[in-house]
Design a protein around this ligand. Structure first.
Ligand SMILES: Cc1cc2nc3c(=O)[nH]c(=O)nc-3n(C[C@H](O)[C@H](O)[C@H](O)COP(=O)(O)O)c2cc1C
Length: 146
């Protein structure tokens, strides 16, 4: 069974909520999902053994957070080239982080990013968008099947 890593940072729990709904979609589609805060990923070896990767981060100060930047430098060493990937996050008004992370996955890591693009939700609307979260997860699982 293909295994998808959903690695996220969340200060107030909204991006974490998205991560869990996305993981539900991955499981509904028949893949295994592991949901992990990036604080639990200590080195590039912790990124080995997965078939696909989703990285989640909220937008603060029109940017991804500092710890997510450090995490991406760690991920750079993991050789994720060709692996299916996507990025997501919660926001209130500009929602820049998922798009920037997605670009890094596409152009720097050369991952096989989903043609859905990055996935962002205004924090007040997450509860109304459980299905869109699940659908994002489903597509990543389907990409693992080729
Ligand atoms: C100091 C601060 C700065 C923020 N800057 C932005 C921003 O530039 N753009 C935006 O869309 N949301 C911004 N937000 C809102 C957060 O992205 C939003 O609350 C998000 O849902 C938090 O996700 P989390 O619960 O996973 O931490 C900011 C929030 C705070 C407290």
């Amino acid at each position: 069974m293909a295994k998808v890593l959903v690695a996220y940072y969340s200060r107030n729990g909204h991006t974490e909520e998205m991560a869990n709904y996305i993981a539900e979609g991955i499981r509904i589609a028949g893949c295994e999902a592991e949901v992990k805060p990036i604080s639990e990923i200590k080195n590039e070896k912790d990124l080995q053994g997965y078939d696909a990767y989703l990285f989640g981060c909220p937008t603060y100060h029109r940017d991804m957070t500092g710890n997510m930047k450090s995490f991406l430098f760690l991920a750079e060493k993991a050789n994720l080239e060709g692996k299916p990937g996507g990025a997501f996050g919660s926001y209130t008004h500009s929602g820049d982080a998922p798009g920037i992370i997605f670009e890094t996955m596409e152009y720097v890591f050369k991952m096989n990013v989903t043609n859905l693009g990055s996935f962002k939700l205004k924090e007040a609307t997450i509860g109304d968008n459980i299905k869109s979260c699940q659908d994002y997860g489903k597509v990543i699982c389907e990409m693992c099947a080729g």
